[in-house]
Design a protein around this ligand. Structure first.
Ligand SMILES: Nc1ncnc2c1ncn2[C@@H]1O[C@H](COP(=O)(O)OP(=O)(O)O)[C@@H](O)[C@H]1O
Ligand SMILES: [Mg+2]
Length: 304
């Protein structure tokens, strides 16, 4: 059975799109496919995942109104380098469109039927993961999604001072969602844009440690995380290419004293699967997303 997770937060700009984009890369392989569903009319998730692909003829809105899923789903491709053909890495996207903002149009949707058709599509296509991007506030879409689409919620939290106070609002949304669908579970809340050298961010993490919903894995606020999206490449594919210059420009000083630098040099030709300790030191963004994904898997296992 596929793991279906909605990324929610009433506040825009907290890292939902960024998370879905990079997590899709970490989760998907040729035989473990991911479906990203974009319910956000701003289409950021659709635009970034389908940057190198042809946009499908229809969107998730059409599918909600009975159109076939196949015509609304496209493969996400990433451009590895120069003129190389864009590659499929196992993630498909069901894109959003502007009509999703019109709550009166959504009122006509047969949500239960949509949920059933979606499950059939997921099973037919063999998706193991379904990642759903939710807009900041759209009650009708929330209701449809929580009652008929997903089994889990996860909350990316941006580490600014206003966010901790937003925690209460988020939990209210979660309570409402669980009233609609008692089998819905919250996987947790994590810091999606964390600056380890910033006192505010560290303070917020300490506050959040008091909540058992807190996933203590911080996604660093990092250039490669933004760049990967810009170039249409999830972080685990993006880093393959830039790692060499990173090592020579920034990594030297950290490594030359402790011998691990030798290991970096030895493995740099095959950095698509470097040993764990190297991932942690020289690929901190990949390491963070991989840890987040392991934590998500562990929480799902414990809830089953
Ligand atoms: N970990 C991160 N490091 C650097 N920039 C980030 C990170 N997470 C998000 N951003 C940036 O913050 C902005 C908002 O993130 P986004 O994922 O689009 O939020 P949302 O989808 O919740 O509105 C984007 O410009 C994105 O590039
Ligand atoms: Mg977004």
């Amino acid at each position: 059975m596929a793991n279906k997770i909605a990324f929610i937060n009433g506040k825009g700009g907290c890292g939902k799109t960024t998370s879905i984009f990079h997590i899709s890369g970490i989760l998907s392989t040729r035989d473990k496919r991911v479906l990203a569903i974009d319910f956000d009319k701003q289409r950021n998730t659709s635009d970034s995942l389908l940057m190198n692909s042809e946009f499908p003829d229809s969107t998730v809105f059409d599918v909600m109104n009975g159109q076939p899923f196949e015509k609304a789903t496209a493969r996400a491709l990433f451009q590895s380098r120069g003129k190389a053909n864009p590659k499929y890495y196992g993630t498909d996207c069901l894109p959003a469109d502007i009509r999703l903002e019109d709550e009166s149009l959504l009122a006509d949707v047969d949500a239960a039927h949509f949920g059933d058709m979606l499950d059939e599509f997921i099973e037919g296509q063999g998706y193991e993961w379904v990642l759903v991007d939710m807009p900041p506030s759209n009650r009708s879409l929330n209701d449809i999604c929580f009652a008929n689409v997903v089994d889990y919620l996860i909350v990316p939290f941006s580490s600014d001072v206003f966010s901790v106070s937003g925690y209460g609002d988020i939990m209210e949304t979660v309570q409402r969602a669980r009233a609609l669908n008692p089998s819905l579970n919250i996987l947790g809340i994590y810091l999606s844009r964390y600056m380890a050298n910033c006192g505010v961010d560290r303070y917020i993490r300490e506050q959040l440690l008091n909540y058992d919903t807190f996933i203590d894995v911080q996604i660093p606020h990092a250039a490669d995380i933004r760049e990967g999206i810009f170039y249409g490449r999830p972080i685990n594919y993006y880093k393959e290419r830039v790692i060499q210059s990173w090592v020579s420009e920034n990594g030297m000083n950290n490594f030359k004293n402790d011998g691990s630098f030798i290991e970096v040099m030895k493995t740099k030709r095959s950095l698509s699967s470097p040993p764990k300790y190297l991932v942690k030191h020289i690929q901190p963004s990949i390491h963070a997303y991989e840890r987040l994904v392991s934590e998500i898997k562990a929480r799902i296992r414990s809830l089953r």
